[in-house]
Design a protein around this ligand. Structure first.
Ligand SMILES: Cc1ncc(COP(=O)(O)O)c(C=O)c1O
Length: 432
């Protein structure tokens, strides 16, 4: 289980193929969220399964300190190529939270290794309200407060919180055409005279996923990059969700044409088959760790980091993305565009903020039972009703979203939207 308590009824899954899950009772369920955004090529993708099978014939795992192996080397090389070799090094781990922890620790140690007196007070981080970067304590310290993290707030390390960008609900009432990224004015003001107290900032580029699929404009990232670069503040982009083509480019930062200092990848990296995560690091940071001084080395070794089996799955997943990724994403994007119009016309008073980017679709249902937060009961009601109709969605409060596998059949997309329309036709109070 990944949730203890909370009254969630568990469904036992016996098998899976493509976008379908099959229960022990023989029910077929369409996985419209790629099992928490991981199975980007559908379940048990034959190419990935075969790559893992083949890898079992030579090497499963070897301690990834003082040793290396072909699958790890090849995957690192292939991933770096997808960034046009903008990064110098790849650090392996096994889940998204760890990829973030690694980036955070690298940023801290980078300043220590450089040992410049001007950086001695860099102890604080910048974080955004509607953000989520994982469940480890470091990752929680850098995310916004939510039902997932509130209870642990005493464990957080020092940070200054700023309002997240939210272009669907802009507090300044701006539209993309007249927005000057006012949401960063306060930060810029604060940074005057005290930017040398800040280590870094972590942000999900373009879409903040777990806290409600909150979208922002590329210009937010461009201004944030400028602000941080001018003040030597490390910019870490959490591409755990947005990476591997989810937004239509390999990485969302590429859409904004900025150069982050580090990016973190996990989730879709192995197509959801095996745990693997990467932290990609820019040259200037890597260089601060190459030294005769052994204390300058970065010691952070997760036992299963760089499993050869997981790396072979990652290589196969990257190959599939090269071959069919962009084409599939464009197909889904066009489909979402059409359905957005249909839903907006049919249910103007029941839904708002319909949005889509790449293979992400999201909207808020308008209701008055509870706050716009994860535990809003409307989310559970919609989830239960959809499940009865054979579709797995997992609303975030009143935000209903879809993140399907990139190769999902059109007939399955049709079914998902039929179910959404069935839900929207009902009075929400009638939902089970
Ligand atoms: C944006 C983002 N970052 C980090 C994480 C943490 O990843 P993991 O659950 O693999 O630790 C998540 C998980 O949902 C995420 O959505």
């Amino acid at each position: 289980m990944s949730i203890l308590g909370g009254n969630e009824k568990e469904i036992s899954i016996q098998s899976a193929q493509d976008e379908f899950l099959y229960t022990h009772k023989g029910h077929k369920i369409i996985d419209a969220i790629s099992s928490w955004w991981t199975c980007i090529h559908g379940h048990r993708n034959p190419r990935i399964m075969e790559a893992i099978r083949k890898q079992t014939e030579s090497l499963d795992h070897v301690i990834f300190a003082g040793f290396t192996h072909d699958p790890g080397e090849i995957l690192a090389e292939e991933i770096l190529k997808t960034t046009n070799n903008e990064f110098e090094a790849v650090f392996f781990s096994d889940n998204g939270s760890n990829a973030i922890e690694i980036a955070v620790k690298l940023a801290v140690q980078f300043f220590k290794n450089k040992n410049h007196s001007k950086d001695i007070n860099r102890k604080t981080w910048i974080r955004f309200t509607k953000s989520y970067h994982g469940d480890s304590i470091g990752a929680m310290s850098l995310g916004g407060e939510s039902v997932f993290t509130r209870i642990f707030r005493d464990l957080n390390f020092p940070s200054k919180e700023y309002k997240s960008p939210d272009c669907m609900n802009c507090p300044w009432d701006k539209s993309p055409s007249n927005c000057k990224v006012e949401c960063l004015d306060e930060m810029e003001q604060d940074l005057k005279g005290q930017s040398d107290t800040i280590v870094g900032v972590v942000v999900e580029p373009l879409v903040s996923g777990a806290n409600g699929m909150v979208f922002h404009e590329e210009k937010f990232l461009q201004r944030l990059r400028k602000l941080t670069q001018e003040r030597d503040i490390i910019l870490i982009l959490d591409e755990v969700f947005t990476g591997m083509l989810r937004t239509g480019e390999w990485y969302a930062y590429q859409k904004a044409k900025i150069q982050p200092d580090m990016i973190c990848l996990a989730k879709g990296l192995t197509g959801g088959s095996l745990p693997l995560a990467l932290t990609l690091i820019r040259k200037e940071i890597v260089e601060a760790f190459h030294s005769e001084n052994v204390n300058h080395a970065f010691y952070h070794g997760h036992t299963m980091a760089g499993s050869a089996l997981a790396c072979s799955a990652g290589i196969a997943s990257v190959e599939i993305l090269h071959e069919t990724g962009k084409e599939n994403i464009s197909r889904i994007e066009a489909y979402f565009f059409g359905k957005k119009k249909v839903l907006e016309e049919r249910f103007p008073h029941k839904i708002k903020n319909l949005r889509h980017l790449g293979a992400i679709f999201a909207m808020e249902v308008v209701q008055d039972i509870g706050p716009d937060e994860y535990l809003n009961p409307i989310g559970r009601k919609i989830r239960n009703f959809a499940m009865e109709q054979g579709v797995l969605i997992r609303p975030l409060g009143n935000t209903v979203y879809l993140t399907p596998p990139y190769n999902i059949r059109e007939s399955s997309l049709d079914t998902i939207f039929e179910v959404l329309e069935n839900i929207l036709e009902k009075e929400f109070t009638q939902l089970p």
